[in-house]
Design a protein around this ligand. Sequence first.
Ligand code: NAI
Ligand code: 15L
Length: 266
Amino acid sequence: MKRLLITGAAGALGRVMRERLAPMATILRLSDIAPIGAARKNEEIVQCDLADAKAVHALVEDCDGIVHLGGVSVERKFSQIVAGNIVGLYNLYEAARAHRMPRIVFASSNHTIGFYPQTERLSVDHPYRPDGLYGVSKCFGESLAQMYHEKFGQETALVRIGSCVAEPVNHRMLSTWFSYDDFVSLIEAVFRAPKLGCPVIWGASNNDAGWWDNSAAGFLGWKPKDNAEIFRSKIEAACERPGPDDSAARWQGGLFTQDPIFPEDE
Ligand code: NAI
Ligand code: 15L
């Protein structure tokens, strides 16, 4: 494609995708509220707040695809979550609607279903069980995208990412790990698909200990290749296995289930 927008480009995944998605487009437009650094060849940098509707409209103009990683990525005060993940998402979808509805990859999260026990295997049809305000904001994002699909035909891949990090570092991540390679190949498959719709896709590698059934995403022809199992002995040597009543071992959302509601005045 000609121009691919990556939001959240200054963040952990944004920095990885800046490198890894460059071959997918003639121009990468990189955006974040935080500084991103200087533009390299074939890049455009736009620093803006997703909560600024006018700026987001200008950001989306002339883009042929969007990988939306921007926003609050952990439990925070409600007002911060509202700005980045609620107002920001509405602004993004309104801007997309005004500018030819480029296909969107939305970085949703396993925290939409974090209060399911780790003993349960989930399909994409299981109801939400968010584990905090952050998880609730991702449920909002998925619902917003589904409404824009039904009403206007906007296509979005709702990627419920598990733990997208270089390698799994604790027992829970043996189930939730999503390798960078597998995320990149999923994004490629999403933009290659003749028809996408608005599917929920589990953003997880082919982990032996996985909890999520991705058969509904089979139409994409995408097969994750990595498996967290190869890190098991390293993790077992490095960390103590949490006890069965510990949230890290009990709930799919792990320790996020224990986060408080952060007060606005702190
Ligand atoms: P991150 O926190 O490192 O990056 C998010 C970026 O969004 C930051 O650079 C931040 O400055 C930017 N941002 C925050 N509020 C903003 C606003 N109002 N306007 C513009 N930019 C704003 O998070 P990470 O790990 O890179 O995750 C990227 C996305 O993937 C996030 O949406 C996160 O919720 C989602 N995700 C990530 C997972 C992971 O394992 N890394 C797991 C599940 C979901
Ligand atoms: C998320 O949604 C977070 O953005 C990320 O920082 C990780 O903590 C991940 O989930 C996880 O559950 O491991």
